[in-house]
Ligand binder design. Structure first.
Ligand SMILES: [Ca+2]
Ligand SMILES: [Ca+2]
Ligand SMILES: [Ca+2]
Ligand SMILES: [Ca+2]
Length: 124
């Protein structure tokens, strides 16, 4: 088991275009989509506007809430506050509010490019 882990790590070191690069590019794309006025900062309003839109995209069956498949990752239980097996828009908003606070490290009400980069999407 340990041996497998080590060779995977070694392999990653030698891959020219790493997954990390692709991830950074993806993150930059998302940032651009959220930053409506393209000033490089994501305000709370921009962030929450995007959150609402994103909810609509994720809600594949247009039921008005997200089941675990639509939600798409392991933090589902954490954000399904009333344990209804669905994340409704209110729960979603609470989640995004919490995320905004995590991103906005200096608490100035907007997410700078640097703050955005510091955030690890896997933490969601
Ligand atoms: Ca902006
Ligand atoms: Ca749904
Ligand atoms: Ca719920
Ligand atoms: Ca900030």
């Amino acid at each position: 088991m340990k041996k497998t882990l080590i060779s995977a790590a070694l392999l990653a070191m030698f891959l020219p275009c790493s997954a990390a690069d692709e991830e950074a590019e993806q993150l930059e794309k998302i940032r651009n989509a959220i930053d409506k006025d393209k000033d490089g900062e994501i305000t709370h309003k921009e962030f929450m506007t995007h959150a609402v839109r994103w909810f609509g995209v994720k809600d594949g069956d247009k039921s008005g809430d997200l089941d675990i498949d639509e939600f798409g990752h392991g933090a589902f239980e954490k954000w399904d506050a009333d344990k209804s097996d669905r994340v409704d828009p209110e729960e979603w908003e609470a989640m995004r509010e919490a995320h905004f606070k995590v991103y906005d490290e200096d608490e100035d009400g907007s997410i700078s490019k640097k703050e955005w980069k510091n955030f690890d999407p896997k933490r969601e």
